[in-house]
Design a protein around this ligand. Structure first.
Ligand code: SF4
Ligand code: SF4
Length: 189
């Protein structure tokens, strides 16, 4: 009999404790928000999706080398005489065409290590954090502003320039070899 009433007491007391917690929370302000209708204010130094301002990128590759997960892929082509790439906004002369600048955000861990070594401060974190995709390859962002034709053209022009230089060098070497030197001149001259 004692155990019977003890169990009833335990049941009521635990219900009371549970209800006390429930009622208490009715008067505590909610900590959850109605996302996406309501958005939290981001901290000042929040790390989200990166952006690259290609107008200021000199293709130095420092960001890519600093990346611990190798998610930045950069390809460049040297400019040839007569091409003026201009300067960055902090006065650095540009000498390389950046023909590929991909960041794979499926791999990026938002460590920001790529941002610090950039000499022109053209790679930086934005406040964009909503960019989920159903396909992984859509998370590879291409920042290059040149069209595919222009990228191809820069590469072809550079190859052509190198080939011409090589041909000139070979021609000069052949001409030099064909010119008789003082000690090789015939004795009757
Ligand atoms: S934030 Fe980190 S992981 Fe992402 S691209 Fe930069 S260095 Fe790589
Ligand atoms: S470090 Fe800056 S300038 Fe150099 S390749 Fe990266 S984004 Fe471009």
């Amino acid at each position: 009999m004692k155990e019977y009433f003890g169990n009833i007491f335990t049941a009521f007391s635990t219900i009371f404790i549970g209800m006390k917690v429930t009622f208490k929370h009715l008067f505590i302000p909610a900590v959850t928000i109605q996302y996406p209708e309501v958005r939290p204010k981001l901290p000042e130094r929040e790390r989200n999706r990166l952006y690259v301002n290609m107008d200021d990128c000199i293709g130095c590759d420092q960001c890519s080398r600093a990346c611990p997960v190798s998610c930045i892929t950069i390809e460049t082509v040297k400019s040839i005489p007569g091409e003026d790439l201009g300067k960055t906004s902090n006065g650095k002369k540009k000498a390389l065409w950046v023909t590929r600048f991909d960041i794979d955000f499926a791999k990026c861990c938002y460590c920001q290590l790529c941002v610090f070594p950039c000499p022109t401060e053209c790679i930086y974190m934005t406040d964009v954090y909503e960019f989920s995709e159903f396909e992984r390859n859509k998370l590879v962002y291409d920042f290059v502003t040149l069209t595919p034709q222009e990228r191809e053209e820069k590469s072809v022009n550079y190859q052509k320039f190198i080939a011409e230089k090589e041909a000139e060098k070979l021609k000069a070497a052949a001409e030099k070899a064909a010119t008789p030197t003082e000690d090789k001149k015939p004795e009757n001259q």
